[in-house]
Ligand binder design. Structure first.
Ligand code: AHG
Ligand code: MN
Ligand code: MN
Length: 282
């Protein structure tokens, strides 16, 4: 079934230029909220419509789920892959003209599914260059997208051994004490890189080594980010690149999936830092 995985990545790559072009003039909020109770941008809706239409048209894709939709579309229990998409990650960065991304997780089980049922995942980063990173069978590849065509620019991507950057979401007063103590150590050693779009921040970690987290909060012990659309796909990429992931005490890929839009505390990066985090929260 790798040709279906390739077809999915090709389709996401081919759609990326339209998503990027479609950002212009779509930064106003719509009245309707998304299933996570967050306000939707016209750009979120536009990207979601493009991906749903294109991905469901692929032979071998059974269903489509997205952060912007209450329920799965297509054949929720059909044969084939079940695709989970965050059409526009970090969309609040549109107004400030900062980087955003698209995340895709390809599951072999109906959704919601645990990350161990991912067969591949990847993301597009709408940065100065539109690039794409994919993880398939333990191998991470980085592509530059030229008019929707993938040009491999780095094969077998692996996190650098030496961590350099960190980025943590949420407000400091809202961090649990044990997490804050962990951060106080990290900030003595690494450089702060936090831009408000997980994909852009995680790509810093993939490039320079380090750790990204959107942790459990006092106000919300499950944190902010969604397991199906953000946590699992990104954990799959980072773990395939030799890094680690954690919800605070186990790999994100082992977290039981009970609801399509469940949130999860998300920590990804160098294994030495993930181990240190789990000891700090233990
Ligand atoms: P999305 O735009 O898909 O809802 O994702 C936004 C997420 C994630 O990209 C980012 O790490 C986080 O929200 C930023 O949250 P804060 O604005 O609270 O920093
Ligand atoms: Mn997101
Ligand atoms: Mn989003």
């Amino acid at each position: 079934m790798t040709e279906v995985v390739e077809a999915i990545f090709e389709t996401v790559a081919a759609t990326a230029p339209e998503v990027r072009a479609g950002l212009v003039g779509r930064r106003e909020y719509q009245e309707k909220e998304n299933p996570s109770g967050e306000r939707k941008l016209a750009a979120d809706i536009h990207a979601d419509q493009l991906f749903e239409e294109r991905l469901l048209a692929i032979e071998g894709v059974a269903s489509y789920a997205s952060e912007e939709r209450e329920t799965v579309t297509g054949d929720a229990y059909g044969d084939g892959y079940h695709v989970a998409v965050d059409p526009l990650d970090g969309s609040s960065n549109l107004k400030s003209n900062n980087a955003m991304g698209t995340i895709v997780g390809i599951y072999e089980e109906p959704l919601p599914a645990a990350g161990e049922h991912l067969v591949a995942s990847g993301f597009v980063l709408y940065g100065p260059i539109t690039n794409m990173v994919t993880a398939v069978e333990g191998t991470v590849t980085e592509y530059a997208l030229d008019d929707g065509k993938r040009i491999a620019v780095a094969e077998d991507v692996a996190l650098p051994d030496e961590p350099t950057v960190y980025g943590f979401g949420g407000r400091v007063p809202d961090w649990p004490e044990d997490f804050e103590r962990f951060v106080r150590g990290i900030e003595q050693e690494l450089k702060l890189r936090y831009g408000g779009a997980m994909i852009a921040d995680v790509n810093q970690v993939l490039t320079y080594g380090g750790i990204f987290a959107y942790p459990a909060l006092e106000s919300n012990p499950d944190g902010k980010l969604r397991l199906q659309f953000e946590g699992n796909p990104i954990a799959y990429v980072v773990e395939s690149a030799g890094g680690g992931s954690s919800d605070g005490n186990q790999s994100l890929l082992s977290v039981e999936a009970t609801e399509l839009h469940q949130r999860v505390p998300l920590h990804v990066g160098n294994t030495v830092l993930i181990d240190r985090l789990e000891r700090a929260l233990g």
